[in-house]
Design a protein. Structure first.
Lengths: 472, 394
């Protein structure tokens, strides 16, 4: 018999905010030492009240817009009760009854064609802290407590591990490029709800939930393992499937039961009286829409129309910083395709030479734009432009000033060039002899010597022409 | 009677209930579970008083988390024979000018009644709850004890006002508290069912107040109203649920009392909380957990939220006709010491007189044994009416 895999995902994404969701402590990854980014509010001390971080609402709405959701204009917070030492208040503030976004959809391209995944809802919530176990004691670190999260819940629409990975990859690049989340290690975590049924069956099989995975590779392996476990159980009755929560062990590549649903805690959800309902009016929604950057799909299409190759688009999309750098450079009046070439070829080359990556690119888009402009206006040639770019990337010089100080403008007129050519020819009698004897390479050497003398201040085509005339 | 859980300044003129935080002074809300806890900041109301030049005398004993009748079940205070609230007694004795308290279930109003002084539970959102050791966030309110309405007026003018640190604080509101508004011609209602439940001394005090009001030209009508009864049940459900949730953070892990004996994290929780909370608090936790559980939520918690709306609408209709409602603060002019196992029922029985104000956030003024309810932000009407019959007036 053939079996069909059915998967629904719950994905937690840490939002890229300056501060935590209900207090003014720094947001994700701010703390360097345990508990150096906590205050009485996020460590659960009495007397403190949660105050909503407006930016969290805006980023959650942006994420909802990117995933084609309905934005609910009335949204409220609930408390979820459970005891664990990493949860200082013994409840988590989350959204149950009125989540901020509902009923969205994402299109995926897979080897089987285009697939639509329905989004059930997106809700805002606070993260928990972290326990560190060492020796006789366990230590509590509240730095991550109250870091804002959105949880994106899909309908059970995935039919393969490949689709799940494609979805997560898309979500990640969308959120990075949109400034929603940096999606760095551990900032995107997934719970995978998985069941298996005979192909053609309308009923769902028994579901297991694999908790808290962040590496796509692990998610892929976990799904494949779990699928086989379910198929074996159905086909060969190797075990009886029960609805349960499981954990994936990356070393053995297997999943293990954590707890059964029957014994699962009652979280006693109820509305949080300390947080007033949030009303998103038309004006605010329009502001958020206007501030929302183009999604990955929209941006890729823009690049495609400008004639950038698919491979280059992929490079641009893989790193939010480069595509943003490109967009900012273009916004300063540069041609899109041209600017992309400068970034993907020239900047990349300079960085690579120094053993760096795009992540290390720290130059201001204004500086690249200034170089491109000088080339476009014929003040310098592209080679000189690249030379200036090296100086900019390596020592962050001002390109226009650098060009002037080093005499790199293509200011040399014909007579200056001719004088230089004469000087070079006088010093290279042998080369002239060689050239006349048919060694074309000799001309290249003379040309190079002229270029060196002129330090790139002249138009190479003009030098070449004048040199040819002199050589006869 | 020893009044203070912690002394601050011998010459201080304001006492602070131990349900409010004063920076660097122990704050326990009368509970062993918070033993040794010292806050890092002041409650907003405390800061405002200090900025206005008042000095704090100390932190006064309260019943554990303010859940009892008037403050009889503090882990730290000595046992009383005749029940009195510590802050209310200090004010009555003239030891301090005024005191701050947190009204979550009427204990502060009852304490004022027993000591023959005033306590105002103001409109929800007028005084910041920043720095309150919170129990029932949706109805608790910081209020003031004073000998008379002059004192209440003075303190409220200092502590009320918008605070960005409290998300439930009312925005853009300026408050001016008066006790000399024109009251002649106003119409007030006395709730028949509640007066009937009070003892003779309370009844006679209410009758005297009514006479004094009539003398000033106030029209007084006796009416029948069932809202206070259903409000009490709804508030008991919401209040216990919220309290159970808000005090679940006291788990022995971070601060306060931790049991000496435990073998694992579950035992640390269970033993610390078993030792840290008193019987009444435990009853509230059990009751509150139950009404939030999956099987009961719809019938208890959710229904209570809807009852809150019904009571708010019903009272609003009454306030369209009457400028204020008069009722006793509590059933008796005296309460003798009793066993803690009876506390939950006793407090619930008294809740009929007080809970409506917490449930729907309206102001309630206890002036001696007489209580006045008004519509949102009508504190000045209540103070002016009380001024007509208060004993300690000018």
């Amino acid at each position: 018999m053939k079996y069909e895999l059915v998967i629904g995902l719950e994905t937690h994404v840490e939002l890229n905010t300056k501060s935590k969701i209900f207090c003014s402590c720094g947001g994700h990854g701010t703390g360097s030492e345990p508990n150096d980014c906590v205050c009485p509010a996020c460590s659960g001390m009495p007397g403190m009240l949660p105050v909503m971080n407006k930016r969290v609402v805006e980023l959650a709405v942006m994420a909802g817009l990117m995933l084609n959701c309905n934005i609910n204009r009335y949204t409220t917070f609930d408390k979820k009760n459970y005891y664990y030492p990493d949860l200082p208040c013994a409840y988590q503030i989350t959204q149950l009854n009125h989540p901020i976004c509902t009923d969205g959809c994402v299109s995926l391209k897979t080897s089987e064609g285009t697939r639509d995944i329905r989004i059930k809802q997106i809700h805002m919530e606070e993260d928990a802290g972290k326990l560190v176990h060492g020796g006789k004691y366990s230590y509590v670190d509240f730095n991550r407590t109250s870091v804002p999260l959105i949880e994106i819940v899909t309908q059970p629409d995935f039919r393969s591990a490949e689709e799940v990975v494609a979805y997560l990859t898309k979500l990640r690049s969308m959120f990075i490029s949109g400034g929603i989340s940096e999606c760095i290690e551990g900032a995107m975590r997934c719970d995978v709800n998985i069941s298996v049924r005979p192909e053609g069956s309308a009923e769902f099989g028994v579901r297991s939930e694999i908790k808290n995975m962040s590496s796509f590779e692990a998610i892929d392996r976990a799904i494949r393992y779990e699928y086989q476990r379910h198929v074996n159980a159905l086909e060969f009755e190797t075990e009886e499937l029960v609805q349960e929560t499981r954990r994936f062990d990356e070393v053995s590549g297997k999943t293990f039961a954590m707890r059964n649903k029957e014994t699962e805690a009652d979280y006693r959800y109820f509305p949080d009286a300390n947080l007033m309902p949030i009303i998103i009016n038309d004006e605010w929604l329009e502001q958020i829409k206007a501030a929302k950057p183009d999604t990955v799909d929209e941006k890729a299409e823009q690049y495609r129309l400008a004639g950038i190759s698919e491979k280059e688009i992929e490079m641009l999309m893989s790193n939010h910083n480069i595509s943003r750098f490109l967009d900012e450079t273009v916004a300063l009046g540069c041609n899109l395709k041209d600017a992309a070439a400068w970034i993907l070829t020239d900047c990349a080359g300079i960085l690579r030479k120094d053993g760096k990556t795009f992540a290390d690119l720290a130059i201001a888009p204004e500086k690249l734009a200034a170089i491109i402009k000088m080339v476009d206006e014929g003040k310098i040639n592209r080679g000189v432009g690249k030379k200036i770019l090296v100086a900019v990337v390596e020592s962050d010089v001002d390109p226009v000033a650098y060009c002037k100080e080093n005499g790199l403008d293509q200011k040399a007129d014909t007579s200056t060039i001719e004088a230089v050519i004469d000087k070079v020819l006088a010093a290279n009698a042998q080369a002239i002899e060689d050239y006349k004897n048919g060694k074309t390479k000799a001309k290249q050497a003379l040309f190079g010597a002229c270029m060196k003398e002129l330090r790139g201040t002249a138009d190479p085509a003009l030098i070449s022409e004048l040199l040819e005339n002199k050589l006869g | 009677m020893k009044y203070y859980a912690a002394k601050i300044n011998e010459n201080g003129n304001i006492a602070i209930d131990d349900t409010l935080l004063v920076k660097d002074f122990p704050a326990t809300a009368g509970s062993r579970i918070l033993e040794g806890f010292k806050p890092l900041f002041n409650a907003e109301a405390v800061t405002r008083l200090e900025n206005a030049g008042y000095t704090l005398s100390g932190k006064t004993h309260v019943g554990e988390f303010g859940l009892d009748l008037v403050g009889e079940f503090s882990y730290y205070a000595e046992k009383q024979e005749k029940l009195r609230g510590a802050a209310a007694e200090l004010v009555a004795n003239g030891d301090v000018k005024a005191a701050l308290g947190v009204d979550v279930n009427g204990a502060t109003r009852r304490a004022a009644a027993l000591s023959d002084i005033c306590f105002l539970k103001p409109t929800y959102g007028t005084v910041s709850r920043y720095g309150v050791i919170s129990t029932a966030a949706s109805g608790e309110a910081v209020g003031a004890y004073a000998k008379n309405t002059d004192g209440i007026k003075e303190i409220m003018s200092v502590i009320a006002g918008y605070d960005e640190k409290d998300g439930t604080s009312l925005r853009d509101k300026q408050y001016e508290y008066k006790n000399d508004c024109e009251i002649s011609g106003l119409c007030v209602a006395v709730i028949k069912e509640l007066v009937e439940k009070a003892d003779a001394k309370t009844k006679s005090e209410i009758a005297a107040a009514v006479d004094a009001l009539k003398e000033k030209g106030v029209v007084v009508e006796e009416i029948s109203c069932s809202l206070f009864d259903i409000a009490n049940t709804a508030w008991e459900i919401l209040m216990t649920a919220e309290t159970c949730n808000n005090i679940s953070r006291y788990d022995g892990v971070k601060f306060g009392h931790r049991a000496k004996e435990y073998k694992n994290i579950d035992e640390l929780y269970v033993n610390s909380r078993t030792e840290g909370f008193n019987f009444l608090t435990k009853a509230v936790i059990l009751y509150g957990s139950d009404v939030l559980s999956k099987n009961r939520y719809a019938d208890c918690y959710d229904k209570s939220l809807r009852v809150r709306r019904v009571v708010a609408d019903g009272l609003q209709n009454l306030f369209a006709e009457y400028s204020a409602i008069i009722a006793p603060v509590c059933s008796a002019a005296e309460f003798a010491a009793y066993e803690m196992k009876d506390a939950f029922d006793k407090v619930f029985a008294e809740g009929e007189f007080t809970a409506a104000a917490n449930l729907v956030g309206i102001p309630a003024l206890a002036c001696g044994k007489v209580q006045l309810f008004g519509k949102q932000l009508d504190e000045s009407i209540l103070l002016s009416l009380a001024h007509a019959f208060e004993k300690e007036g000018e």
